[in-house]
Write a protein that binds this ligand. Structure first.
Ligand SMILES: *[C@@H]1O[C@H](CO)[C@@H](O)[C@H](O)[C@H]1NC(C)=O
Ligand SMILES: *[C@@H]1O[C@H](CO)[C@@H](O)[C@H](O)[C@H]1NC(C)=O
Ligand SMILES: *[C@@H]1O[C@H](CO)[C@@H](O)[C@H](O)[C@H]1NC(C)=O
Ligand SMILES: *[C@@H]1O[C@H](CO)[C@@H](O)[C@H](O)[C@H]1NC(C)=O
Length: 485
């Protein structure tokens, strides 16, 4: 520490003001950067061979002492030597100032002055705004937090949010932003440093009140009579705390030994220990606080799950006019039939914007192929079907739906596949074909590489949590940007 202090005790020379009077000084103006309890000697060295001079010292323009006045004015810890140097002992923060020595010379010369500075370096201290380090606002209100600092030199303030450094463009002691989003809540910590001693920290917890947010990983829960089934809703956010309830057809669900509610780690479950036929239906989970409410809908159903195509080059046999498709589906009841929907793929490249697909509506209608189900009980059912009568070197898309005794499943994700090159074209020979307008929600055409069968995730299946997080990051960036302007 001592050695660092010695190094840091800089004597910075300041350019001499271009006045003639300065030339009479043999000392030069200095800025002394030093520490508490140290001693500093400021020179006022002039040629006094022509007799005793009168010297006055000023601290920031207030008279401190006068050589002709028996030093009576001098405050404690301050001395003036016979050679007019000013000595300040046991330095304190309040000694940081400009010190001017004024030499009053015999007539006809006027007084001359020289100014030095003392900077007593202090390690930083910090006090939060608000004082108690806690701020609660409603969504949309302004958050105004900060860290008041002391310390010499003036400390630099850096911020962290929830432990992560915040990318602010400047070191600001104050943060002001609108609580646009609940994810702006968190622990904001300032780290204050001026190179003297250790950095100090202080934290402010910002709580943002908003309507609750709920989500469900699975809103379509497929089951069968006699099985156990559970509906699960996640209470993502509830500040202030929310009242929660399960509803069926607008009425609270009645619970008993068989139908129970469970809450663990913000996941609210409605559990059917053994499903009865009367349990199948629509359910709602609702969370409500004074700022609003959020619902998430569920369907407890006996219909098959969404089928998924399997991609396996050894099984997806392609010829010029045929292609073998394989899919799997969960159903607790026997699958009665599948509907396989096929059409040529229309996602060709646009001519005006070479890198994007055309948004023209499909020229080709879906063809429906009815594929019989299997006799198995499940729960996993798989099917293999070879589509014939296709055009060579053509990309197709396919969707499959499944039916059991409870009804039709939702459609699968779109599968893209291609036929091999070849000459000629055979007449469609299999199954019943019928022209049907598309009934399915289109997924984004994004198959730039369609040299082989590919399954595309549906955009709607992206987790909402991921989207919220990126939205919040964007918001923070935007708010900070706006503030800096
Ligand atoms: C300066 O002296 C005071 C009183 O003795 C002491 O409390 C303080 O810690 C000292 N400061 C430093 C930086 O040593
Ligand atoms: C002035 O006097 C003090 C105390 O006697 C001494 O420490 C200092 O070196 C002197 N300064 C000059 C410039 O002679
Ligand atoms: C469940 O909700 C869907 C749409 O949300 C509706 O079509 C269906 O009729 C509802 N089922 C029952 C049993 O109310
Ligand atoms: C297309 O996919 C195949 C197989 O995955 C790969 O070998 C090929 O490099 C891809 N082509 C392009 C243009 O991405």
């Amino acid at each position: 520490m001592t050695s660092i202090r010695t190094i840091l005790k800089l004597f910075v020379l300041i350019a001499v003001h271009g006045t003639n009077s300065e030339n009479a000084f043999r000392s030069v103006p200095v800025t002394v950067k030093t520490y508490e309890n140290e001693t500093v000697l400021l020179p006022c060295y002039v040629d006094d061979t022509e007799g005793k001079l009168r010297v006055r010292w000023y601290k920031d323009n207030a008279l401190l002492g006068d050589s002709m006045d028996a030093h009576t004015l001098l405050p404690p810890r301050v001395r003036m030597h016979a050679n007019y140097s000013l000595q300040v002992d046991l330095l304190q923060a309040k000694d940081t100032a400009d010190y001017t020595c004024e030499v009053i010379r015999p007539e006809p010369w006027g007084p001359i002055r020289q100014t030095h500075s003392i900077e007593v370096q202090y390690s930083p201290t910090v006090r939060t705004i608000p004082d108690d380090g806690f701020l609660e606002v409603r969504k949309g209100e302004y958050v105004d937090i900060g860290c008041d600092t002391t310390g010499t030199p003036t400390p630099i303030v850096n911020w962290r949010k929830n432990g992560e450094p915040m990318a602010l463009l400047e070191h600001r002691p104050r943060l002001r932003f609108r609580a646009e989003h609940r994810l702006l809540a968190g622990v904001y910590e300032c780290v204050v440093n001026n190179g003297v001693g250790d950095p100090v920290k202080a934290a402010i917890r910002v709580v943002i009140h908003d309507a609750p947010v709920v989500s469900a990983e699975r809103s379509f829960v497929h089951t069968a009579v006699g099985l156990r089934a559970a509906l699960a809703a996640r209470l993502e956010f509830a500040v202030p705390p929310a009242r929660t309830a399960w509803y069926r057809d607008g009425r609270p669900v009645r619970t008993d030994d068989r139908v129970v509610m469970m809450v663990q780690d913000n996941v609210h479950q409605l559990i059917f220990r053994t499903v009865r036929k009367t349990d199948l239906g629509n359910y709602t989970f609702r969370a409500e606080n004074k700022l609003g409410m959020a619902d998430v809908q569920f369907k407890l159903t006996g219909v098959p799950n969404i089928a998924s195509f399997k991609v396996d080059s050894s099984l997806n046999k392609a010829t010029a006019t045929s292609f073998t498709l394989i899919w799997e589906v969960d159903s607790y009841s026997t699958i009665i039939e599948y509907n396989l929907w096929i059409r040529p793929y229309y996602g060709r490249l646009s001519t005006t914007e070479p890198d994007s697909f055309t948004t023209e509506p499909p020229a080709n209608h879906w063809s429906k192929i009815v594929v019989p189900g299997d006799a198995r009980e499940g729960p996993i059912h798989s099917a293999v079907y070879t589509v014939r009568g296709l055009t060579p070197s053509t990309v197709y898309e396919a969707i499959v739906t499944s039916r059991n005794r409870f009804g039709w499943s939702k459609p699968s994700a779109v599968l893209h596949f291609a036929t091999e090159p070849g000459a000629g074209r055979t007449v469609p020979s299999t199954s019943e074909y019928s022209d049907i307008s598309p009934i399915l929600e289109e997924s984004e055409p994004e198959a730039h590489n369609i040299s082989q069968a590919q399954v595309f995730e549906r955009v709607s299946e992206l987790s909402s949590g991921a989207r919220e997080n990126s939205a919040a990051i964007l918001l923070v960036a935007l708010i900070l940007f706006l503030q800096l302007r």
